[in-house]
Ligand binder design. Structure first.
Ligand SMILES: Cc1ncc(COP(=O)(O)O)c(C=O)c1O
Length: 471
């Protein structure tokens, strides 16, 4: 029996907190008393299996004991140091990232720590603009890089730019004047519904480069290579959940080299083992110029993020005074958590564990693809899988027509991602997706096959209800 007065807590939660993603009328408090491994435990003892892995960020499992021990040790030694001072944890965290984790790739030279992924995106954009002296950063359709103003300026997902929406379709309001930094949007490698009208893999036969790469090149050249200095890309789109075709990332890297662009790779969601390698870019035999990490770098047990840069950019910054500060960056407790988390991930080879558990998860999801008429596509690896739910399996027509262009106004109860969420929770499993027709499925990197079976059974049950929306 819980010692906490949850009735009182729920009252305070509803009365005093500003909530996101739902209006006051729609808000529903979900009280969680504790967390453990892949489970959230409710005040009445109900155990919910979390196939959201919260925000795909608790890679080494809830309350990882090694990270807890690292944080406790640091709490006994430090209160606070700002960035002008060095704790052993901060220097060691940087060394571990550059040498122990990224050493074999031979591109990463230096690290700047930050407090959140969005803040890391801000810093990466600052570095790219200072280094190149060019204002425009290219980004891609449906991208998400964080909610702060600079990160939002390179975010191309309509609802993820801190806009207001409501049940009434007319209620949409974006933040006036928010995305002020100069950016441009180029096509996403979304082959399932190509926004420039091509069909994969037939589009490959038209030449050496994919049409989306050619369009990216054309749009950037049209803006002017004296204006565009960098491109920022999630290796795999996380929020909008899009896996690129195999050729895309190598061709994009080639293009950045041809055009002399800095390539900023956002691995905040897909990095730190999530897709079965340390970083998703490694699957493509390429290396970035700048990389962003957060979430899994610290197992989300405390806030921390990092921007990692190549030698040229590190040398450029080092040759100046960079007048920049954030009170909490490099916080000793967060740095201790990164060290402990990376030690755990290295000792237990978590990326490899994710690769293996992902093979099993993928096999089970493919069974559902064969069984359910509403499942049009299953693609992924490790603990990050994309499931597209469709009206028509042959044409791939989406159930909710706006798909990834939705502004999140209107009634979302009939969205397939929400249907899956409501139905799966009846079976004790949390799962769903951010955009209307898509599920984004993944647990911690050490999830058991037994829990995968439980999640797949819940999804099987939920998809029967989505099938009713399909032809
Ligand atoms: C790819 C990507 N970039 C940036 C962010 C922003 O990170 P944070 O929420 O820590 O600010 C996220 C968060 O989900 C993300 O998925």
């Amino acid at each position: 029996m819980s010692k906490i007065n949850w009735d009182e807590i729920i009252k305070w939660d509803e009365k005093y907190l500003i909530h996101t993603w739902s209006s006051k009328e729609e808000y529903h408090c979900l009280p969680i008393e504790s967390t453990e491994g892949d489970y959230l435990i409710m005040p009445d003892g109900t155990r919910l299996l979390d196939f959201f892995n919260q925000l795909y960020c608790v890679n080494a499992g809830q309350k990882n004991p090694k990270v807890i021990a690292g944080i406790k040790e640091a709490l006994d030694r430090y209160g606070f140091l700002w960035d002008a001072y060095t704790s052993d944890y901060k220097a060691r965290a940087a060394k571990m990232i550059i040498e122990d984790v990224l050493g074999p790739d031979k591109w990463a030279k230096k690290v700047r720590f930050a407090n959140s992924g969005g803040e890391a995106a801000e810093i990466a954009c600052i570095f790219a603009r200072l280094f190149t002296g060019k204002p425009i950063i290219a980004t891609r359709e449906y991208s998400y890089h964080g909610y702060t103003a600079g990160a939002t300026s390179v975010t191309a997902m309509l609802p993820a730019k801190s806009a207001l929406s409501r049940l009434e379709k007319t209620a949409y309001r974006s933040v006036p004047g928010y995305s002020v930094a100069p950016t441009m949007v180029v096509p996403a490698p979304f082959c399932y519904r190509c926004s420039i009208g091509h069909t994969y893999p037939e589009c490959k036969s038209k030449g050496d480069k994919l049409p989306c790469i050619l369009a990216t090149e054309r749009l950037i050249r049209n803006k002017g290579l004296d204006q565009v200095g960098a491109i920022i890309t999630e290796t795999i789109h996380g929020a909008s959940t899009i896996h690129p075709p195999d050729e895309y990332i190598p061709q994009l890297r080639q293009l950045t080299r041809e055009l002399g662009l800095v390539w900023i790779v956002d691995e905040i969601l897909v990095g730190c083992g999530r897709t079965g390698s340390w970083f998703a870019y490694q699957k493509y035999n390429v290396v970035p110029d700048i990389m962003l990490v957060a979430k899994g770098i610290v197992n989300s047990q405390i806030p921390a993020a990092a921007v990692i840069v190549n030698e040229e950019i590190a040398d450029f910054i080092d040759s100046h005074r960079w007048n920049h500060v954030s009170t909490f960056s490099g916080h000793p407790i967060a740095m201790a958590a990164i060290c402990a988390n990376l030690e755990y991930m290295l000792e237990h080879n978590l990326p490899e564990k994710a690769r293996i558990s992902g093979e099993y998860l993928g096999k089970r999801l493919k069974e559902l693809e064969a069984k359910h008429k509403s499942v049009g596509l299953v693609v992924g690896s490790g603990q990050l899988w994309q499931v597209e739910m469709v009206k028509n399996k042959k044409t791939g027509e989406p159930i909710i027509a706006e798909d990834r262009n939705s502004d999140f106004t209107g009634d979302q109860h009939n969205w397939p991602n929400k249907t899956v969420m409501y139905k799966a929770i009846e079976k004790g499993v949390l799962m769903g997706g951010f955009v209307p027709n898509t599920l984004r499925i993944g647990a911690s990197l050490e999830v058991s096959n037994e829990d995968i079976d439980k999640a797949v059974a819940a999804l099987d049950y939920a998809l029967d209800f989505v099938d009713a929306m399909a032809d």
